[in-house]
Design a protein around this ligand. Structure first.
Ligand SMILES: C[S@@+](CC[C@H](N)C(=O)[O-])C[C@H]1O[C@@H](n2cnc3c(N)ncnc32)[C@H](O)[C@@H]1O
Length: 371
């Protein structure tokens, strides 16, 4: 029942498989992401639902069961599979449910739980055949419809702010997926790049890779040199990566990491348009970087660590991927420099004009080196 997609799977070969099966479940995972390990084990439990005449009913009658074909897309199995996840705009972890090759459910913005998948499959199996349009259209969104399963297909089904770290990550991911797809904004107020200290040349060079999501200018104090390897945490559409690529030159490289597949897709498109070969973008969480130990000379991040529900883990990962050279207390760094930026008053005063936020919040440049 559970199949791992082979490393050379393409979008068209996957489409054929999905078309050939009445009910399919596609799940993306990565072994370096701890949230995926229990998920994989629990997926095996789904098998039990289809043994001994379980309770899943199909459109052909209540006694027959539609057993889903489960496809696992493991992004660290091959570059092709990671590219496929990005091409499909599937984050890690995430899932989609297909009926006769047509996608009818997914976990957009929600934590992936096996209970939710089970419920989605149960509803998909019970959903009437495509000829019965009335039933199938009522099954999914909007959540106001009596039969809707908000947990499976309506990302805005719940308005409660989550406290669970995985739920926070999925919400942030959904927010930036919406941002890059031009539906709604992300976490931050858009700040003019001039105010952040980007030069007119940099603004021109960044062009469409600058979505106005950053709230700082890490390269202005990162002291990047030719030939170095720079890692950008939460690279978005790639703005600071493309600027860093000019600073590291042909001998250097820049790796952007972002957990939102839509962002990685967009950033890779910009890299291809620019024929920029010393920049790559990887799909992953900054809490579990898809980067080998001791890779980076410099790690930068622009308005992203603030979004992480586990900042301590982010700093541990920064420490791990840096080459020897500095420290930050608990994570093992040293020589920490915190430089308050008085000029941040101008930016902060724009967040909520008239609130006086600028009297209580100040921007800072923080630099640390791994010893
Ligand atoms: C405020 S935007 C900044 C984007 C980019 N640095 C810039 O200045 O334009 C935040 C970005 O970080 C990504 N992000 C947020 N939390 C993340 C996490 N825990 N792991 C990986 N990416 C994350 C989002 O998907 C989004 O693209």
């Amino acid at each position: 029942m559970i199949n791992h997609l082979p490393p050379d799977t393409t979008a068209s070969s996957l489409k054929k498989e999905l078309n050939n099966s009445p009910l399919s479940l596609l799940v993306t995972i990565a072994s370096f992401n701890p949230a995926c390990r229990p998920l994989l084990a629990q997926l095996a439990d789904l098998e039990k639902d289809y043994m001994f005449g379980g309770s899943l009913h199909s459109c052909t009658g209540p006694s027959s069961q539609e057993k889903p074909n489960v496809w696992i897309l493991k992004t660290d199995d091959s570059e092709e599979l990671e590219e496929l996840a990005v091409e499909l705009r599937m984050d890690v972890p995430s899932y989609r449910i297909y009926k006769n090759g047509v996608q009818i459910g997914e976990n957009k913005g929600r934590v992936v739980t096996v209970e939710e998948i089970r419920e989605g499959l149960r509803q998909a199996a019970a959903q009437c055949c495509p000829s019965d349009n009335t039933r199938s259209s009522a099954w999914c969104c909007p959540p106001s419809s009596g039969t809707a399963n908000a947990a499976v297909c309506c990302p805005d089904g719940s308005k409660d702010a989550p406290s669970d770290p995985s739920a926070i990550l999925r919400l942030v991911q959904q927010s930036y997926s919406n941002t890059v797809n031009k539906s709604t904004g992300g976490c931050c107020v858009s700040v003019s790049p001039e105010l952040l200290g980007y030069t007119p040349e940099q603004i021109a060079a960044a062009s469409d890779s600058n979505l106005g999501l950053g709230c700082g200018n890490p390269l202005s104090f990162a002291d990047v040199k030719q030939g170095e390897t720079v890692v950008d945490l939460g690279s978005g559409a790639g703005v600071d990566c493309f600027l860093a690529s000019q600073q590291v030159g042909r001998e250097g490289q820049v790796i952007g990491v972002d957990m939102t597949s839509d962002m990685v897709f967009t950033a890779r498109g910009h890299a291809a348009d620019r024929k920029c070969t010393n920049v790559s973008f990887r799909l992953g969480e900054i809490e579990h970087l898809p980067i080998a130990d001791g890779t980076a000379d410099v790690v930068i991040s622009n308005c992203v660590i603030n979004l992480s529900p586990d900042k301590g883990q982010v700093f541990k990962e920064i420490y791990r991927v840096l080459k020897p050279g500095g420290y930050l207390k608990d994570a093992g760094f040293g020589n920490i420099e915190v430089n308050l930026k008085e000029e941040s008053r101008d930016i902060i005063s724009q967040w909520l004009p008239g609130s006086g936020a600028e009297d209580f919040v100040v921007g800072a440049e923080i630099k640390a080196r791994k010893l």
